[in-house]
Write a protein that binds this ligand. Structure first.
Ligand code: FMN
Length: 377
């Protein structure tokens, strides 16, 4: 009789299935270098002329390790491992001559790696890829979804920085079609002509807010006020469009349940009742503090049947949207922390639907910021 079973999944499809399984990673292995060893000497980024896109400021606000805490980048990253590498494809109208450059976020320097490619548009395109070894060193077989989420966060950091410096409207490429680069952010120079589309955050953040962003250390107790939760969910929904995802928030007492934004996006509404947070804690590598978080914003979708492009797209978009939601949460005075490691997190099946269709992809734990935290950050 003919064997009608499908071929066993390979590549990213197999990697995600294994990352979602209960299997635990083994002991840590070496991380390798903190920055990809780009060829050639490091060069400073020149100051920008009045009509130029200021690459120094753009990178300072998004990817440069500029504080004294030992952090490798200002973006969040699973395990603070920072696997994302950035190649800058520079066209005309920038504070660097046209060409291709590798970026070193620790030294805030660039390495010239090649001449401009024919047809390079004006401005800069940041092409993002990963050194998987860094995340694999701690998370082992659980690394791939985290690598994609981290890349989405880095794309969002560039997107927000572009809104703060004098630049044209940034465009993000997070369609998941290519493995290298995984994502790209194109930032036109300030030609004064590109019309601004509606912002993906209500009001662009300030430079100080971008540089001060941190993940609040657990615990994160306290149900966020309704308006703040609505703003965070609306940001995530808007920025997550195109990722084939749905967004919900698990909330605790006084009425524990799962909230979704009403179709018109105006207000969070209860779509399921019951306490979900302890289950979420078990699914997120047993991180017990999640059971007491004030709310947990969830990006979910990415079915078992998803192909590699769909998996990349869903995770890149989830990382991008959670980053923007994180900045919105902090602006509303909330405590917030991304949570990206999920095993057996079949939310759809847990809510009684068919299994394998609606997995948790990424999350943002939310709480109320307390006075003692304000003083310590
Ligand atoms: C994709 C992703 C997944 C993360 N997952 C977790 C997590 O599961 N648990 C946790 O406590 N923090 C998690 N974090 C937060 C990181 O630990 C944090 O970003 C990192 O330590 C750097 O700190 P910072 O965000 O304050 O700069 C995650 C961050 C990212 C970007």
């Amino acid at each position: 009789m003919e064997d009608l079973r499908e071929d066993p999944p390979t590549g990213l499809v197999a990697a995600l299935a294994r990352a979602r399984s209960p299997e635990r990673p083994g002991p840590d292995t070496p991380t390798g270098t903190a920055v990809r060893p780009w060829p050639g000497p490091p060069r400073p980024i020149p100051d920008a002329g009045p009509a130029d896109l200021d690459l120094k400021a753009l990178l300072r606000l998004s990817l440069a390790a500029s504080d004294t805490s030992g952090r490798l980048r200002p973006t969040p990253s699973a395990g603070a491992l920072h696997p994302v590498d950035t190649e800058l494809v520079v066209g005309t109208g920038c504070s660097l001559p046209p060409g291709r450059y590798g970026y070193d976020p620790l030294r805030h320097r660039v390495h010239h790696i090649g001449p401009p490619v024919d047809g390079t548009p004006p401005g800069v395109t940041a092409a993002l890829s990963v050194t998987a070894q860094r995340t694999v060193s701690h998370y082992g077989h659980r690394a791939w979804p985290l690598l994609l989420l981290d890349t989405g966060h880095a794309a969002a950091a560039l997107f927000l920085a572009a809104r703060v410096v004098n630049a044209g409207e940034p465009g993000v490429q997070l369609d998941g079609r290519t493995e290298n680069p995984l994502a790209a952010v194109r930032i036109p120079p300030p030609d004064g002509r590109s019309p601004r589309r509606p912002a993906e955050t209500e009001v662009p953040p300030t430079p100080a807010e971008l540089l001060a962003r941190r993940s609040t250390p657990p615990p994160l107790p306290g149900l966020p006020p309704h308006d703040a939760l609505r703003a965070v969910m609306a940001t995530a929904e808007r920025a997550g469009r195109g990722g084939l995802l749905r967004w919900s928030a698990a909330v605790g007492p006084p009425r524990p349940g799962l909230m979704e934004l009403a179709p018109e996006g105006t207000t969070p509404q209860r779509c399921a009742s019951g306490e979900a947070r302890p289950t979420l804690a078990a699914w997120a590598a047993g991180q017990a503090w999640l059971a007491d978080a004030g709310a947990v914003l969830l990006a979910h979708g990415c079915p078992t049947a998803a192909d590699a492009a769909h998996i990349r797209r869903a995770h890149l978009r989830a990382g991008f949207a959670v980053h923007l939601a994180h900045v919105t949460a902090l602006r509303h005075g909330l405590a917030a922390r991304p949570v990206g490691s999920w095993q057996q997190a079949d939310l759809g099946a847990a809510l009684g639907a068919a299994p394998g269709r609606d997995w948790v992809v990424h999350a943002l734990a939310l709480g109320i910021r307390h006075a003692d935290e304000e003083n310590s950050t």
